[in-house]
Design a protein around this ligand. Sequence first.
Ligand code: CIR
Length: 255
Amino acid sequence: MRIAITRAVSPALADCELTHLARSPIDLRLAEKQHAAYESALRELGCRVERLPVAPAYPDSVFVEDCALVLDEIAVITRPGAVSRRGEVAEIDAALASHRSLLRIEAPFTLDGGDVLRLDRTLFVGLSSRSSAEAVARLDTLIRPHGYRAKGLPIRNCLHLKSAVSLVGEKLLLLNPDWVDPALFPDHDSIEVDPGEAHAANALLLDGRIILPAVHTGTRTRLEAAGLESLPLDVSELAKAEGGVTCCSLIVEER
Ligand code: CIR
């Protein structure tokens, strides 16, 4: 059984953190509808959705990915880089405790789950404004006994590593070469996003299908040309809050 942990859209979403985007009006009702459609897509792809309660005090709390790393044997509760997001982890900690033994990134380190791309037993971590090299070293120390390692990677002009690259097939990445250097992943092939779609590299691979924002039609064509099946979703309002499709769920493979 595969579980997807999600969290209801906060009524304060319009007060979200923004790093690379200008603030633009968010239609909260539409954001909620889009989030519900995202949850339906997760169900269609075989997940049981566990939606955590709404957190009005935390504008970005719908973006649960940033609060934890769920590995096969353990989970790591993060300490988000944005001060406004630190309190989000308590609910995630409680939700994951029944699924995994938990390790925790503690102060002074900061790390966002959106910076972490797991490839086999290596966790690649974007050295972003949210995740520091010291946090990567701490993560490495925590996970080594469980057979994983963590490695920091440079990224540029984007919020998180997974804004720039995500896994779309076995040994196959979707990436934006302007934001992360493809040469950093010598063991993987890659498909580049359509040059007009900088934000298209964040895709969620589940059950052999790829959830991708519907707006990225050129990148979708590229995926299809490579024989990959995508599931386009309209997530315009979540994108205005600088959220992608990976960041609205934590996927837990139940053993
Ligand atoms: C933030 O800046 O933290 C939120 N507005 C967006 C977080 C998106 N998270 C993700 O892509 N993993």
